[in-house]
Design a binder for this molecule. Sequence first.
Ligand code: ATP
Ligand code: MG
Length: 582
Amino acid sequence: MLLRMSTLFLRTLREDPADAEVPSHKLLVRGGFVRRAAPGVYTWLPLGKIVLENVARIVREEMDAIGAQEVLLPALLPREYYEATGRWEEYGDTLFRLKDRKGADYLLGPTHEELFTLLVKGEYSSYKDFPVTLYQIQEKFRDEARPRAGVLRGREFHMKDSYSFDIDDEGLRASYADHRAAYIRVFDRLGLEYVIVSATSGAMGGSASEEFLAVAPTGEDTFVRSTESDYAANVEAVAVPAPEALPVEGLPEAAVHHTPDTATIQTLVDFLNGAGLGRDFSEADTLKNVLVKTRAPGAKEWELLAVGLPGDREVDFKRLEAALEPAEVALLEEADFAANPFLVKGYIGPRALLDNKVRYLVDPRVVTGTSWVTGADEADHHVVGLVAGRDFVPDGTIDVAEVRDGDPSPDGRGTLYTARGIEIGHIFQLGRKYTDAFQVDALGPDGKPRRITMGSYGIGVSRAVAAVVEQSHDDKGVVWPREVAPADVHVVGTGKGEQIEEALRIARELEARGLRVLVDDRKGVSPGVKFTDAELLGVPTGVIVGRGLKDGLVELRDRATGDREEVALAEIVDRAVAACRA
Ligand code: ATP
Ligand code: MG
C-alpha cells in the first residue's frame, strides 16, 4: 500500500469541531478520518476506513480462530420476527421502524438474535450439526436517546455480532469461554487497556454475562476496581463480603427510647449523642429500613419488600433492580403507606415488618450479633441495642447498598475506587429465550428433540476505533497502535523538488518491502504544516526527508516516544523496516 497525500482525499482541520467534547471525536474529525453526516451518523474517509477495516480484520481473524463462520445478514428486517420475540415493542424508541410501499412494517436491525435463530432453524435439525457459531460484521441501527462523542455512540455503527448454538448447557459454556478468550486476544491486539466486568449480579450465575470496558475517563459506564488487585466489577455485581457473626451473649438488652423529632438519621444521631446513653453513636450504628414494592414477572399484585441497611448507606437502585431481576421494583406511594398503617414513616423497625409478614432482607453487614439503633414502629420512638439474630431474624440478605470509594475489595486485597470505561464488547449466555420463541430443536441421538441453547456476543467495531484514540493520543494528535494504524510509516518530503522525489523513492522501496506507506509528497505545503499533519494522523513511524538530504541524512521518528534520529540515507529503508517490525 502506498498512499500519496498529494492526491489523497483528505483535509485535516486545525480547529476542533464545535460539537466535540471528547478527544477521540475531536481527533478523528480533525485528522480527516470521519465526517459527520447527521446526528450520530458518520462517513468514513479513506484513512478512517483503513483503520476501521484493520479493527474488523483483527476481529475476523480471532473469530475465525475459534471456528466461527462469517455470514452477512440483511440490516432491513421485517417486523414479524421481532414481533415474535416481543422486541418490536420492547425496544421502544431506540428501534428504527419504517414501512415499505405496501405499508408493511420493517425495522433496521439493532442486533440480530431473531434472524440468526431462524437461519439456524432453517438449515439444521440434528444434534450432529451442532455446535455452530456464526458471526457478521455489519452496520447496526439504534435511535439512541443521546448520540454522543462521534462514533463512540452512533445511531448507525459497526458491530461484530456472533451467535453460538449448542445442544446443551455445557456446550454453551464452552462456546462462551471460546468467545471470552477470543475477545481478550482482540482487545490485546488493539492495544487497549480494559477490564472484564460481570454485567449481572450473581443471581444469574457468575459469568452468564460479561462486559469488556476500555478504561477511559470519558466512558459512560461506571465500574469499581481495587487499589491492589485486578478485581473489577460493575457496581451492580459487587458482592460485599459479609463479616463474621458475633456472639450475642452479654450484649445489653434492647430498650425503646422516646426520641422526639428524629425522623432523619442525622437528627437521630444528634439526639442519641446528647441523651447521655454512655456511648457515642454514628450513622453507621443505625439500621435504616427502606420500603419498596416488587412484582414478579406476569404477576398482578405488588408485594412489599423491606431492605435493612446501615444508616450511613443509601440503597443503590440499580443494584436493587439487578438483585431482584426479573421482578420489577418500585418505590412506595402514599397509598401504599395508607394501606399498611403499621409502617410508621421515619420509625419503621424490624418488629412491625416481621409481625406483618413483610419480606425483610438486610445488608450483608447486618450479621448475627451486631447491635443497632432502629425504628420502634411508633412515631418519635427508637429502639437502642436491637441485636440481629437475638431480637430479630431477617428473611435473608440483599446486597444493594451503594458501593463507596474506600470500601474493602471483595477479593480481600485493597480498597475499591470508582472508574469509568467504554463498553467495547459484551458476551452473553442467552440460553433458550430465542430458541423457545422460535421452537428451535435438534433431534438427539436418542431420537428425542433437544432445545438448542444460545450465546450472543458483540464487539463495537467502530466504537473500538474511538476507544483506541481515547486511550492513545496526546495534545498533538492520535498515536495509533501499529496494528490499527492507517499506515506503518509516514514518509514526509519537505521542500520543493529533490526531497519530495527522494521521499517518493524511499516510500516505494518501503512498499516493496511489505510496509503500508503514507507519503507526504505535497508541493507548496510548508514543513511545519506537514509535521503538524503527521502528528495529527498518528502513524507510528516517520521518515523525514528534509534539509539534511544534501549531507546524505534523513530523520527517523517514533510517534509514540517522540524519539528522533538522524540516519544515513543508505540505511533508512532497513532501519524503517526494522522499526516497523520491532
Ligand atoms: P451501551 O450500553 O453502550 O448502549 P449496549 O449494551 O446497548 O451498549 P450491546 O447491545 O451489548 O450494546 O452491543 C454490543 C456492542 O456494540 C457494545 O458492547 C458496544 O461496543 C457496541 N455498541 C452498542 N451501542 C453502540 C452505539 N450506539 N454506537 C457504537 N457502538 C455501540
Ligand atoms: Mg451491552
